[in-house]
Design a protein around this ligand. Sequence first.
Ligand SMILES: [Zn+2]
Length: 160
Amino acid sequence: MTYLEQRRKFIEDGRPLKEKKKYSIPKKSAKRIEKEKSSSVVKEKENLEMWFKDIQMKHFTEFGGSCMECGSHIPLKYARHSTAHLLPKKLFKSVACHPLNFLVLGAGCGCHALTDRVDKFVGMKIWPEAAKRLKTIIPLLPFDELKYLSGQLMTALENT
Ligand SMILES: [Zn+2]
């Protein structure tokens, strides 16, 4: 219907008044919604803590662990620093705590930093394992997170 047709119909219908929206008391108070939101943030943090701890338990002893790329020793106190998310936790919230969404890579040996660039990452020894993990995780992503996947990464995965 064009605007004029709409207008004519409106007049022909006797210019009905718009129905007023009834105000209804929200089932949950704003305060409550806020509280629930903050508790879910706390839960997310707790889950992430557990995720880091699990990885630490599996990949580190009291003496430390080793870089998955070059085998360099990583002191236990750097366990968390050296646990790198494959898909960044900030963008890919749904898989932030996925048991395969990580690699243990040293900061001291420089391997950790190499994963920041796809062109460097694909040249690493650990890339095939990273690609395998990514191929497991990516199909689990919700629609609204797919936009964060870079074309470069997807191409690299297709070629692996
Ligand atoms: Zn290394």
